[in-house]
Design a protein around this ligand. Structure first.
Ligand code: ADP
Length: 524
């Protein structure tokens, strides 16, 4: 997505978290200053005082004024009414004074206070103050801010509103004068100074916190952005991307988990492509191995068909026998492939029983003698007479031995030898097939048990006439032998020196030891 830079910034985690943080800090700071404004520097001592001045004073003073009017009309003095109400509002630092129509003081709620010193107030001023719309925040006596008139916050004209008659006087409500001593002034100045410092420190701390928080945010979002880059690279197919983050926190752990995941993903993809490559190779090998005997088979069959009438009995028999040899070869190849796939899918079963290894080895050697004679290779069997019985599937073990001995002959030279040695070990009987042949190149050794592996140059090396079954290198013999021995709980070991010979060794459990041996092998 190619978004414009501003849009990208607005969509970024950094922008969103930092604006949220700044908004919250602003709210916090605003709330704090509002609190200072409203609570700490409030003109009222408490909620009751605020409630009286803000909501109740006007109504109550109006009713008081009406009561005073009634009293004056009846010729009663207003002192008692004023005194009583004065005591109620004394806690709010308020005072009440009744003036006559000429502005002379008639009664006062607190004769001790400064208002007691007031004898007269300008009646015209009082009349003006009693009218609606007077601004009590103004100073009527500008030259003396402590003047009584300046502290008045409500004036009621003492007159019956239903009758058109001149006012009997005025009811004035004032704030009590504030008496501040020098020491008090000093301490409140110091308090003010401390408060200013506190506000400065708080603002400073707020700025620093914001800066540090923004730095941490930028660092964190940068790391998250790196991880996002990694994930996007993987999504784009680059499996080699890794994120470096050595930190031990959650993002660091996430980065390491991401790297592990990427590595495993790369490994899986690699093994999948290796598998695919292997499947392709497998099909190519199978086709190759089947094609040669098939072509030979076809050649012999065609020649028989074309020249059948002109052939004598001997020639016909030779042709048919060549056809049969190739059919045998094909059958053997297909059987081997089937067998190996049965091992690979774990469908091959063993028919284990105790059997004398020496008899089995003798039979295998005898079966291989014609081939060995053919190649000028001598075969030897060496085993002690008291060799214990072994536990295993004799048919399968015979196949393993035959394959090893035949290989010893195949990859030998005239005059060479193959020795099959049997010897008792602690709980096993070991089978050792040693030849004096051409040996196996070190680079081939790790691969010879893989199916269809025939060595770097052996496809041409042992290739003989198509009719010679053993000359065909299928690369399946050792793969099958290895699977059979593994199924018995052991494994085939091999050592070889090029030009000197090769030795294959595997062990089978002695009869009665089968279970422990197999378990040990499985554990190993
Ligand atoms: P094949 O003999 O049909 O090729 P194997 O699976 O039996 O298949 O052997 C695999 C390969 O291992 C052979 O092609 C050969 O290169 C090598 N090899 C096996 N046994 C020997 C041996 N005794 N001496 C030298 N090379 C051997």
């Amino acid at each position: 997505m190619n978004l414009p830079p501003m849009h990208r910034l607005a969509n970024s985690l950094f922008f969103r978290v930092s604006t949220t943080f700044l908004a919250l800090s602003g709210l916090f700071a605003g709330g704090y200053f509002l609190w200072i404004e409203n609570v700490v520097t409030s003109p009222y001592d408490d909620d009751r005082e605020a409630d009286w001045y803000e909501h109740r004073a006007e109504g109550e003073l109006d009713s008081l004024a009406e009561e005073v009017v009634a009293a004056l009309r009846e010729g009663r003095p207003a002192d008692e009414l004023i005194q009583r109400y004065g005591e109620r509002v004394d806690e709010f630092e308020a005072e009440l004074v009744v003036f006559g129509p000429d502005g002379a003081l008639l009664a006062s709620s607190s004769p001790d206070s400064l208002s007691a010193a007031v004898r007269t107030v300008d009646a015209a001023l009082l009349a003006a103050m009693a009218l609606p719309g007077w601004d009590f925040a103004s100073y009527p006596v500008a030259e003396d801010i402590d003047a009584y008139e300046n502290r008045i916050f409500q004036v009621n004209a003492l007159a019956d509103s239903t009758r058109a008659e001149p006012a009997l006087g005025f009811l004035a409500a004032t704030f009590r004068p504030m008496v501040i001593g020098a020491a008090e002034l000093e301490s409140s100045n110091a308090l003010l100074g401390r408060q200013t410092l506190l506000v400065k420190v708080l603002v400073g701390m707020l700025i620093w916190t914001a800066l540090i928080a923004l730095f941490i945010l930028a660092w964190t979002t940068h790391r998250v952005a790196r991880l996002t880059g990694g994930v996007e690279a993987i999504a784009g197919g680059d499996l080699n991307v890794r994120v470096t983050d050595a930190s031990g926190d959650e993002i660091g752990r996430l980065a390491r988990a991401f790297n592990r995941m990427a590595k495993r993903l790369a490994g899986t993809v690699e093994s999948l492509s290796a598998k695919e490559q292997f499947q392709r190779q497998l099909i190519a090998n199978i086709s190759h191995d089947l094609r040669t005997p098939l072509a030979s088979l076809r050649g012999h069959a065609e020649s028989l068909e074309m020249r059948f009438e002109n052939m004598d009995a001997e020639q016909r028999r030779a042709g048919l026998s060549a056809v049969m040899n190739n059919v045998d070869l094909l059958q053997k190849l297909v059987e081997r492939m089937l067998l190996i796939s049965r091992f690979d899918t774990d469908q091959a079963a063993l028919a284990c029983e105790p059997f004398p290894a020496i008899e089995l080895a003798d039979e295998v050697v005898r079966r291989c003698e014609p081939l060995a004679d053919d190649r000028g290779v001598t075969l030897d069997l060496s085993a002690p007479d008291d060799l214990p019985l072994v536990e295993g599937d004799p048919l399968q073990i015979a196949q393993v031995l035959q394959n090893l001995v035949e290989n010893g002959v195949k990859y030998n030279r005239a005059g060479g030898s193959v020795t099959l040695t049997l010897r008792a070990n602690r709980t096993t009987v070991d089978f050792v097939v040693q030849d004096t042949g051409i040996g196996i190149a070190p680079e081939d050794l790790p691969h010879i048990f893989e199916r269809f592996y025939t060595g770097c140059d052996s496809r041409t090396r042992g290739q003989g006439a198509a009719s010679d079954l053993l000359s065909q290198n299928s690369g399946l013999g050792l793969a099958i032998a290895d699977r059979i021995v593994r199924k018995h709980g052991g494994h085939i070991a091999v050592t070889s020196r090029v030009g000197e010979g090769t030795t294959f060794t595997f062990g089978l459990p002695q009869a009665g030891q089968a279970e422990p041996e197999r378990t040990r092998a499985a554990r190993a």
